[in-house]
Write a protein that binds this ligand. Structure first.
Ligand code: PLP
Length: 397
């Protein structure tokens, strides 16, 4: 995937053309879905390595199928990396990366604001089951990172913006620290997508995305990707895909390929709508805080501006009201849907209560319960009007 024939083109062109070709057999202008789980063996199959993923010619779909390969070609290009592996979910990509790169006795530093599965994996499972040492800390604090580095530190894992507080970490600065100590930096880029942020260009070694979110964008498929240098991707393919079995289904890979063609237009709309909704919420006296990287009042705004092209549609906010008031507010929403996940056309909202076990890691304003919202691609005026009528219905406006 080095020297991809589309590397000279712009991002929108790459989203449409890379990984696609007319079908050799039928001339169809979009590559078909290949649901087969097995492929014809070479003349002498005794030489086949059954534990490797073969990029040139598929063998068995757990070792990589045709639609997965097309999508890998596209995503390596969009993230600006040498190679990619697409897996069954974002969490498969995260756990597969940790499983493949870490061994007992290694030390990992990871951000105090991450997707919940990362917290679970690194705070409970890898350390308890495999004796991997882990340190959780505020990765926006560069001195804290420097102080936590040990001779056995192998990996720093960050998420920026982080889910759910939107905390911003300076990717370039952390990459520099990591590389001074021969440590790998992995970045979960799910909240931005490669349209808004390219961690590899900022110096990260590994970028991970949940394809379930912005890259597919239609709320109808699950997948995850890891993009990095070929030697790292080969390791993850062999360990996490072939031998742990975290392979994506051909149908999901096809759906995500299809969804990704419109990524630039969707992200533009998410960026615009996110900003408008964040500014609207910030203007209300009944809203206690708004966490959105595009707001000047937001702590990480300057660094976000430096490393992101747009601020996406993810935000969190608090309201003046007790536990029940939050649920009541949501029950009045008409087009904003109460659901987890994010990056769909439809706006989604989730009430994250006061009892989250990670509250101690979040800023004080999050401690009374808060909403995480994925601002969709509907008309911004309609999203704002929906929020407004719900605020009125519960007596907050
Ligand atoms: C959703 C999400 C994941 C996990 O992805 P799945 O596809 O649900 O497994 C990982 N990281 C972030 C930031 C996410 O929002």
């Amino acid at each position: 995937m080095m020297d991809n024939e589309y590397s000279k083109y712009g991002f929108a062109t790459q989203c449409i053309h890379s990984g696609n070709k007319p079908d050799a057999e039928t001339g169809a202008i979009e590559r078909p879905i290949t649901m087969a789980n097995s492929y014809v063996l070479p003349y002498d199959p005794s030489k086949v390595n059954w534990s490797s993923a073969d990029d040139e010619k598929p063998l068995y779909t757990r070792n990589g199928g045709a639609n997965q390969m097309y999508l890998q070609e596209r995503l390596a290009l969009l993230e600006g990396g040498e190679d990619a592996v697409v897996l069954s979910s974002g969490v498969a990509a995260l756990s597969g990366t940790f499983f493949s790169l870490l061994k007992s006795g290694d030390h990992v530093i990871f951000s105090d604001v991450t997707y919940i599965a990362v917290y679970r994996l690194l705070n409970e499972l890898f350390n308890n089951k495999f004796e991997v040492e882990t340190t959780i800390l505020d990765t926006s604090d560069l001195d804290a990172i420097k102080k936590a580095i040990k001779p056995n530190t192998k990996l720093i894992h960050i998420e920026s913006p982080g889910n759910p507080t939107l905390k911003i970490t300076d990717i370039e600065a952390v990459a520099k620290i990591a590389h001074e100590h021969n440590i790998l930096l992995s970045v979960d880029n799910t909240f931005s997508s490669p349209y808004n942020q390219k961690p590899l260009e900022l110096g990260a070694d590994i970028v991970i995305e949940s394809l379930t979110k912005y890259i597919n964008g239609h709320g109808d498929a699950m997948g995850g990707v890891v993009v990095s240098r070929k030697e790292i991707i080969d390791q993850i393919k062999a360990q996490a895909m072939v031998n742990l079995g975290g392979t994506i289904s051909p149908f999901n890979a096809w759906l995500i390929m299809r969804g990704s063609t419109t990524l630039p237009m969707r992200m533009e709309q998410h960026n615009k709508n996110g900003q408008k909704v964040a500014e609207y919420l910030e203007s209300l006296p009944c809203v206690t805080f708004v966490a959105y990287p595009g707001l000047k009042s937001f702590k990480g705004h300057d660094i976000a501006k430096k490393q992101m092209k747009g601020f996406s549609g993810m935000l969190s906010f608090g309201i003046k009201g007790d536990h029940d008031k939050h649920n009541e507010f949501v029950s009045h929403l008409k087009i904003i849907t109460s659901a987890v996940s994010l990056g769909h056309g439809a706006s989604l909202i989730a009430f994250l209560g006061e009892d989250d076990e990670r509250q101690y890691l979040f800023p004080d304003e999050f401690s009374n319960g808060f909403f995480r919202m994925s601002v969709g691609t509907e008309d911004a005026e309609d999203i704002i009007a929906d929020l407004e009528q719900a605020f009125k219905a519960v007596g907050l406006l």
